[in-house]
Design a protein around this ligand. Structure first.
Ligand code: EPU
Length: 431
């Protein structure tokens, strides 16, 4: 077991480079299976969710090598199976993208039901609704999803009941080699949705409208191998911007697409951040005391749910009363107890959290309850005077590449240390 030991209280200073987007990478990697030749993927983030996808793809017969830092050569042309029983598939949410990919490639798919962060109910009914409209028979049984579309899916008109990132991407993947035209309405517009569409189009797909409410996909027979660079991670960027403001720092967040961060930057300015936007970077400082605000999370271009825990740290220290209304997940505020241990005054009622700002957070041992909550605990620890320990690091590793190294690069006093879990070790150390 490992934990982070953070000696907080100093402002972050310097420049940090943002990695490739997790939520684009976990869809684009499986999508490589659709290419008739090897692909080169650049700007692939080194995070454990990506390693899990790589492991699954290797177990299926893909040849994957790192040709340069963050660059993978993937030859998935030898994959002959439409079945994924791999234990890793159960652990991560994004394994559902193998459903759309296998349907496109083989007309059928069997995938272990996805896991992921516990943010509330995570059904896949909208994914299955789209597959069913494309002529697919879906059966969910004993932890597995079985989909059968015969030879290949058929073009269809799908109107999603809710806006879902996963269902939008999965339907796009299933439709890319389908017979005829598929029209998807009420789709997600997140940057990673657009990135997956761009990748598929570069391979020869015919997808129009990604980034708007309606996506039209005309099925094609063949997709070629390409060289593609994954977009920067909007949420990792937002996390560092928030950390800079929380610690009263002076940080350049580099390798970003500022357009993807517009809502986050607007909110950061509202609570007291000074953000100067350049072409591929932002310069972030604190303007003065933090101010209270109200936020409602919504699908892109709204304020992202995946920034709620990190942004909460600012509200926990802002003068006055702030409110977050979570619009996506039913269980987003699991980290509230941890933050209360650090002296934050938060009341949670379902999807609503009310913050009464305190002047300072107090350092103490906490755990990460999910990926973004883990990042939030790190920001809280960096903002508090004294030593904060953060446990349960597996969550953070899923989605942040070298968070400790990047924070250290900004002058943070943060170490990753081993906690001996064998009682014998503990006694030996005590001698
Ligand atoms: N939903 C349904 N039925 C479905 C699919 C979703 O009811 O078939 C509901 C969900 O329960 C939720 C809402 O729709 O209330 C939105 O879910 P969505 O499908 O958009 O989420 P997701 O695709 O499972 C992705 C990200 C999450 C991020 C959400 C929302 C990936 C791998 N994950 O999840 O990212 O919170 O979109 O933006 O892309 C994270 O990175 O920390 C993370 C949790």
């Amino acid at each position: 077991m490992e934990k982070l030991v953070i000696r907080g209280g100093s402002p972050l200073k310097g420049k940090v480079t943002i990695s490739g987007a997790k939520n684009a990478a976990v869809a684009i990697l499986p999508a490589v299976i659709l290419a008739d030749a090897p692909c080169i993927l650049e700007n692939v983030p080194k995070i454990s969710d990506v390693s899990a996808i790589i492991e699954i793809m290797r177990s299926m017969g893909a040849l994957i090598i790192e040709t340069a830092p963050h660059t993978l050569r993937i030859d998935a042309t030898g994959i002959r199976t439409h079945e994924i029983l791999h234990e890793e598939a159960r652990r991560m949410r994004a394994s559902y993208y193998f459903l759309g990919v296998m349907l496109s490639k083989f007309g059928k798919a069997s995938v272990a039901l996805p896991g992921g962060c516990d943010l509330g109910a995570r059904p896949i009914d909208q994914h299955l609704k789209a597959f069913a409209a494309m002529g697919c028979r879906n059966v969910v049984d004993r932890g597995m999803v079985f989909c059968d579309a015969g030879e290949r899916p058929k073009g269809a008109h799908v109107f999603f009941d809710i806006v879902s990132v996963g269902a939008t991407i999965n339907a796009m993947l299933a439709a890319v080699k389908a017979d005829g035209l598929t029209v998807l309405e009420n789709v997600a517009k997140e940057p990673h949705v657009v990135d997956v569409a761009n990748f598929l189009n570069m391979m020869g797909a015919d997808i129009r409208g990604a980034g708007t409410d309606v996506i039209k996909i005309r099925g094609v027979r063949k997709l070629r191998g390409v060289d593609y660079s994954i977009v920067p991670d909007q949420i990792e960027a937002g996390t560092f911007i928030t950390a800079a403001v929380a610690t009263g720092g002076d940080v350049i967040v580099d390798n970003i697409i500022p357009k993807h961060l517009e809502t986050i930057i607007a909110r950061i300015r509202e609570v007291g951040g000074n953000v100067v936007v350049d072409e591929e970077s932002v310069h972030v400082r604190r303007r003065g005391p933090l101010c209270a605000t109200s936020v409602r999370t919504m699908p892109y271009p709204g304020f992202p749910t995946d920034m709620v825990p990190q942004f909460s740290i600012l509200l926990a220290m802002a003068e006055g009363t702030s409110v977050i209304h979570e619009g996506i997940w039913s269980n987003r505020f699991r980290y509230a107890d941890e933050l209360r241990r650090m002296g934050a005054e938060i009341t949670v009622d379902g999807k609503l959290a009310v913050f009464n700002g305190v002047e300072k957070l107090k350092a103490c041992p906490v755990v990460s309850t999910d990926l973004r909550a883990g990042a939030a605990m790190v920001i809280a620890g960096l903002s508090a005077d004294g030593i904060t320990e953060v446990g349960n690091l597996g969550h953070i590793d899923r989605g942040y590449e070298d968070l400790v190294g990047k924070m250290k690069g900004l002058g943070a006093d943060i170490e990753r240390v081993n906690i001996p879990d064998d009682p014998e070790d503990i006694f030996l150390k005590a001698e």
